[in-house]
Structures are given as C-alpha cells and as structure tokens.
Design a protein around this ligand. Structure first.
Ligand SMILES: [Cu+2]
Length: 670
C-alpha cells in the first residue's frame, strides 16, 4: 500500500515483467513470484512516478529486481560462486531454505537458484474466538477461544529459476530467465478460500485434482540492454502462464468441497531508448504492452443441489490488452534546477465471453442477461507528469510535481455477473469479507496528483537528513463500491442497504475520491565510542486520509497515523537494531463496506546480525513484548469455519497480528 493506494492501482514489476494475477481474490500478485532471498533491490516511486515507469496505474510504481549477472574479467579464470541459506521462525514454525549457484567467464553467465518454504498456522499473542463449528473439531474444541490464526499455514512452496546471460561488444547484454513456482497449499485467513493442491489431512477423502499441480506459475523473460554512442536501448519480452486452484483447508472445511480454478496467460514487453540529446538534456521514449487472457471457472459439485451440474463460469475467455507510448524529457538547466516532463498515451481493451452458472434454474436468467450484452470495452488513456527539483545549496533540495494518471478496471471489476450470495462472496480482492459483483459499465479511473517535498541534510549527506513530503490526489471515477439494492436485482434485500453489522453485497461503481497526507522521514548519526561502536537513529512517520467525494464516506483500508523509530549500533561486522513501531487507532472506516475499527498499538522488534567474509547470521525477536494487536490493513478474519456463506462466520473480527517470534537465518557464500 503506497499513500492509500494498492493492488492494481500500483504498477509492480519483477525483473521488468509486468505480471498479472489469476484469481477472483488476487491470491497470486506480482510480488509473490520472486523468492525473497533473490531480491537485490526494491525501488519504489512513491509519489509521482515518471511516465517511463508508469502506465495503467494511478499510484506509485514498485520495481523489484534480482542482482545483475556478473562476469569474469577478460583473461581471468572461470568465476564460480554460490550461496546457501536456511531460516526458521518460531511462531508457526516457519522454515525455509534457498540455494543459488553461478558459473561465468567473461562473456557467458549461467545461473540456477531454488528455494522452498513452509509454515504452520501462526499464533496471535492473546486468545480470540470467532469459531463456527467445523467437522474437524469436537464440540468442545469448537467453543474454545484460541490463539491460532486459522488458514494462515502454507506448504510446499518451491521456486526455481534458470538464468543465461550473454555479454558482447563490451556493453551489450542479453539475459534469459526461465522460472517456475508451484505450491502445495497456502491459506488466506482474510478470504473465503485457500490455495490448495492436496489437503494433507484429507487427501484420502477426496481431491478433484489429486496428483496434478494446480497452483503453478511459469515465466520466461528475455531482456536486452545495450549501450550506444547516443545512449541506452532496453528491451523486454516476457510470457507468464498461471494455473490456480482453490478449495478449503481443514480449518474451514465443512464436509464438502468447493473447487475453484483459474488460468491466465500474459505476454508483455517494453522497448525503451534513453538518449543524451546534449550534456544536460536526456530523452526517454518507448512503448510497452501487455496482453492478458483469463479464465475463471468453478467445477460442479454433487449430483443435485445448488452447485450441480455444470461448471460455473465467473469469467470466460476474458481478455485485457494494453498498449502505451511514452516520451519524457529530463533537463538540467544549471546545477540548481532540474525538470522532467513526460507524456504517455495508450489504450486498454477488455472483453469477456458468454457465461453460465452451476445450473439454469438458479443462474439461467442472470447469465442470459449478461450474455445478451456487448461486453467489449475500450478505454483511451492520456497521462502526463511535470516535475521540478531545486537545489539552492548543498544542504537543501526542494521538489514539486503534478501528474495525471489513468487506470482501467480489471476484468474482475467489470465482468463477475451474478448476485447470488455464495458466488458473490467468492469475488473479493480487498479481504473485507464482503461479496462483490462486477459492473461492465465502469470507466477508467483518472487521477490528478500534486506533491511537494523538502529535504534538509548536511553537505556530505551522511550525518543527518530530514525529508517532508505532502501529497494530494483527486480521482475522477475512482472505483469504489455501492450496496446492492432491491432495484438492481431481486437477490438484493432491502436489509443489505441498511445493515451496519454484517457482511454485505456490493457492486463496483465509479465515484469521485480524494486522498491526501504527508510522509516524514529522517536519520541522524549519533556518534562513535571507541571500542563500543557507532550509533544512529532513523525514523519515519506517515499520515494519509481517503475520502469518497460522492458519498462522503471514507475510503477502505487507510493506514492510520504510524511511526517507526530504529536505533542502530554497528561494530565491525556486527549490526544491532532496536525498532519501535507505533500505530494509532483506526477510527475512520468505510461505512459502505462495514469496515471494522482497530485499536492503536506499539511493537518492539530487536535484531542482530553478524557478517563474516563468507557467511551472515541474523537473529530477530519480533514483537518482543508479545503484544496482542489487530492489523489495520489485515481485513476481516474468515480463517475458520463455514466461509462459504457470507454471514455464517460472525461479522466483526479483524485479522490479528503475530505473537512474539524468534527468527534465525544463516547464509553461507562460497
Ligand atoms: Cu485464489
């Protein structure tokens, strides 16, 4: 979440790949496809992202990259390197391992990496109870409050990647990466389903897809980077294929299964040239595209009843094709002034094929209405950014920017079509427990953002700095939600419009929104004591507010005022950190979604790390005082009991945070 915006409103890329999810609950976002041990850098453009890194998003941009390939120096021997690591976290008994090896001469680099991780359910720091009876527990067990957060376990998550890099003519590089991720199961405590391959404890009972990997991501990424006399040329072409299967892990198993499948294929790419026009003018120009195909269907259950006898199609033959062109001019007028002007144009075309429900009796009329409509939509985007930076002295930097950005609805905001309660409750990617239906008449969101910041520091920029940023965004046609009302469908009771303490049925709708806030961050070197080491203090605080200007409601999922302070001690290869996080109560809530307030809390985390020439050991004590707290952005806790019916799980419980955990990680390089 960046400045109140998240998910598809941010542009997130992994090694240049602009990846999409394939799930009505967005369980497989871009960041889930890179193994954390491989991440070499994370770059976040929090505010006004230049048009060359944005597009089809109204918030910031996040670029996650693994390290660049290394080569031996000419005439040098073969470069052989590797790394192996393990980690263990006491809470939930989370554990994992990673391995990486690389072989290179002065032209060619071959690499291989793999990692695995698993965890049991994690524990909260105090008892809480929201259980509805499940068949796995005795009656007595079903009524005991407990600390375990149901459906938070995961297992058998494996990432592998092969890499091949070729360097020629000195500074031209071609890289090919082939990656695969599969996992056995992953619980989602704020959704009504889990990612499942086989249910370990129920494997002997029933599984529709026994023996078939059902959650698998395959990607192929080809990249080129070349230095020319005039500048740099970059190209990326990637393909991603995603297979997704959901059902229920044992914590919410109610004696029947509910398989849900999704598949997607994405082909995307980028071509970008950065040319030095003069010593002080830089021009970036290029194009990017992304073609996405999506199918989302739920196999039938049983020989009679509500989920018999055909596959339910949530989205069939979904497609969303995007293309964009951009140009950006960066000018350094003199040592004090820099400006950046950019413009981007593009289109997003989306469509979906005809649908059907589990049976004609319950779903026939709604499906016929949907199928009778023309579902093709094409949106034109026109974005621009203007940014100026002023450095009047070595100790001050000022920056101000203004931007217009656009985002088109995703397929799951446009095309889910039924108001039937169970099917609607499976459509939700914000984790609020509510049930959603699409709206194919949605238009793109258009945001105008203004931000300004001041940065004060010592001349060397090493001893101290303080940075303050204020931001304001107005969004035309922000995609929020409205209550489903009797006029929309006979499946919307009047009580759905007025209830304040139940999960509700919602439809996506374009409304006006405004977000504003500030970020303040800084650090200071406190000094050095002989043979004891050096000390530094760093901190950041942020405030954001989101308002729906059409209804006067608050936007959903706004992080309350929060503060982080870290005191760091360094001596030789040793680093120790004490980190305090304080979060205010969340009292401004989205009424249309019946969002729940959360109390404020403070957490202390202690970390220590020691680095040798070929190894690194990290130890951390998270939540050192074992404080019970509720996650302000964690959503509704739906991890236990019957999650298939919107209000079978008692309304009002927010997902609790983790209890104290002792974490260990060891990495060895060779
Ligand atoms: Cu899913």
């Amino acid at each position: 979440m960046i400045r109140g915006l998240a998910d598809d409103r941010l542009r997130t890329t992994v090694d240049g790949m602009d990846l999409m999810t394939a799930c009505p609950n967005h369980m497989n976002p871009a960041l889930s496809f890179i193994d954390p041990s491989k991440v070499a850098s994370v770059e976040a453009y929090a505010g006004i992202a230049p048009v060359s890194v944005g597009g089809d998003s109204i918030g910031g941009t996040i670029q996650v990259k693994s390290g660049p390939p290394r080569f031996a120096r000419p005439g040098e021997a073969l470069l052989v390197e590797g790394e192996a690591g393990i980690f263990q976290r006491s809470n939930g008994n989370a554990r994992g391992k990673n391995f990486r090896a690389m072989l290179a001469n002065d032209r060619l680099n071959l690499s291989y990496s793999e990692s695995e991780s698993e965890s049991d359910n994690y524990q909260a720091a105090g008892d809480f109870k929201v259980r509805t009876p499940t068949l796995w527990k005795t009656t007595a067990e079903n009524h005991v409050a407990e600390r375990e957060v149901g459906s938070s376990a995961y297992g058998g998550s494996r990432n592998t990647e092969f890499g091949l890099a070729f360097r020629f003519l000195h500074d031209h590089l071609i890289e090919l990466k082939v990656g695969e991720q599969d996992l056995d199961y992953e619980g989602f405590p704020n959704q009504r389903m889990d990612m499942v391959w086989s249910v370990p404890d129920a494997a002997n009972m029933y599984s529709l897809r026994m023996g078939q990997p059902s959650n698998m991501n395959e990607s192929v990424n080809l990249r080129y980077n070349g230095q020319y006399e005039w500048g740099v040329l970059e190209a990326t072409l990637f393909r991603q294929r995603l297979r997704h299967h959901m059902d229920m892990l044992r914590d919410r198993w109610i004696g029947m299964f509910m398989p849900m499948d999704a598949e997607s294929a994405t082909v995307g790419g980028l071509l970008k040239a950065s040319a030095d026009l003069t010593d002080t003018d830089l021009l970036r120009a290029g194009m990017d595209f992304q073609n996405y195909r999506y199918d989302d269907w739920w196999p039938p259950i049983g020989l009679s009843g509500a989920m018999c006898c055909d596959a339910f199609w949530n989205v069939r033959d979904g497609r969303r094709d995007r293309i964009g062109l951009f140009a950006e001019w960066e000018a350094r007028w003199n040592p004090a002034w820099m400006t950046l002007l950019g413009i981007r144009g593009g289109t997003v075309a989306s469509d979906a094929g005809p649908v059907q429900g589990y049976n004609v009796g319950m779903y026939g009329a709604e499906a016929a209405d949907f199928n009778a409509r023309d579902r093709y939509r094409k949106d034109n985007h026109l974005d621009w950014t203007a940014l100026a930076r002023y450095t009047p002295a070595a100790t001050q930097t000022w920056e101000a920017g203004f931007a217009r950005k656009s985002r088109s609805p995703n397929l799951l905001e446009r095309y889910p079509w039924t108001y039937e309660s169970m099917a609607m409750s499976m459509n939700n990617f914000v984790g609020d427990g509510n049930a959603y239906v699409g709206n194919m008449d949605l238009g793109p969101e258009i945001a105008h953002t203004f931000s300004a910041s001041g940065d004060w520091h010592d001349a060397s920029q090493r001893k101290w700095n303080l940075k303050l940023t204020g931001h304001l965004t107005h969004v035309r046609d922000f995609i929020d939600a409205e209550r489903c009302a009797p006029g929309m469908s006979i499946r919307c009771p009047a009580s759905n419009v007025t209830t304040t303490n139940r999960y509700v049925k919602l439809r996506y709708v374009n409304q006006a929104a405004r977000l504003y806030g500030f970020d303040l961050s800084g650090k200071v070197e406190l000094g050095r004591i002989e043979s004891i080491g050096s000390f530094s203090l760093g901190g950041m605080t942020s405030f954001v507010r989101g308002e729906n200007r059409t209804t006067g409601d608050n936007l959903y999922h706004m992080m309350p005022l929060n503060l982080k302070l870290a005191l760091t001690h360094r001596l030789g290869g040793w680093t120790n950190t004490a980190e305090v996080q304080g979060v205010a109560a969340k009292t401004r809530i989205s009424q249309v979604r019946n969002e729940v307030t959360t109390p404020g809390y403070g957490l202390l985390t202690l970390r220590s790390g020691y680095e040798w020439k070929h190894a690194r050991l990290d130890v951390a004590l998270e939540n050192a005082f074992d404080r019970f707290y509720l996650l302000p952005l964690g959503g509704a806790y739906l991890g236990q009991g019957n999650s298939m019916i919107p209000n079978a799980i008692p309304y009002g419980m927010v997902l609790p945070g983790k209890a104290r955990s002792l974490d260990l990680a060891l990495n060895v390089r060779f």
